[in-house]
Design a protein around this ligand. Sequence first.
Ligand code: NAD
Ligand code: UDP
Length: 336
Amino acid sequence: MKRIHSLVTGGAGFVGSHLCDFLVSQGHQVICVDNLITGKLENIAHLRRHPHFRFLQQDIIKGLPRFLGLPRFLKDVAQGFPRLLPKADYVFHLASPASPVGYMKNSIETILTNSIGTYRLLEYCRRKGARFLFASTSEVYGNPLVHPQVESYWGNVNSFGPRSCYDESKRLGEALVYEYHHKYKVNARLVRIFNTYGPRLNENDGRVVSNLITQALKGRPLTLYGDGSQTRSFCYVADLVQGLWKAASLPGTEGDVFNLGNPQEITILQFAKTVLQLCGKRGAKIVKKPLPQDDPIKRKPDISKAKRALRWEPKVSLKEGLGRTIEWYRGRIGAV
Ligand code: NAD
Ligand code: UDP
């Protein structure tokens, strides 16, 4: 049987590395492209010797080197991205910093990765007939005025602020997906991912899950931004990966948009208390810090469409997923 070829950009990152694991386990030949701007080699260390996995350290917004002696079959596409694979069946475009700290530090790179990078990958798919999945974000809804957020909601986004590099470049990436699908019939879709967590979430990237768990395990006060009344809905990474695969592979998904997230909404204060409880540090201090500019007040996905069209919904509860995540951090930090 013909082996399926999948290209995963951002494959050395948190979500991308779990997606690579899943695709390899399904028998795909996987090429992971990552410039390691926020990703880590250790996330894919266990895959490096796998015969069906290849890692290419490469920035998708720069030129790609000749790779593995494969033929140059698309000379006219700038910087040779298509030389990477003879033909990919699937392209999963996950490259982009995702944490507010990460994308604010790498703001211009984030804009270019979600725009030029998305353009290049869509060009590749147009020419080779590959299926395309773009990892968009709940941030396209900004500070939402509709709750929970449904795919048809246009969002409330500040186009000129510290989060704009991420929110607006994802929105531009979405527009590119729309155009390539409608103009060139590219088999493309996008998913709007809501806050996702799990093992391999970078402990230094400033997200609430990594910050609070590492602070709790190290016996430090937990940093709560604002009064903690803002809400988020946290999805365990294994659930998300199932959703990514279904959105990419099921018939009838092309040209569509799917929210992927766990609708269990929780205030950040309640989240902090849950982390303390699960880490066995109930008495630890919580210190308040200023709420960052444009920090969304509430966020919860409406996943009716994914349930209906993908037959997908998250299975892992917050307590179970956090428990597994804490164990992973505990192993790294060496805390009791
Ligand atoms: P991450 O930072 O762990 O992974 C992103 C990966 O992309 C990193 O390995 C990074 O090195 C790589 N990368 C960035 N720019 C690149 C470039 N120009 N060329 C090659 N590689 C590049 O983030 P994540 O949490 O795994 O997020 C993965 C994707 O999912 C992102 O597109 C993000 O916007 C989206 N997303 C994630 C969440 C979440 O909660 N984790 C929520 C919404 C959307
Ligand atoms: N947050 C917090 N303490 C932290 C880090 C984040 O209270 O140490 C808050 C942050 O202000 C936001 C929420 O937790 O309201 C989620 O932040 P995160 O950076 O994880 O993701 P976001 O959903 O904002 O992209």
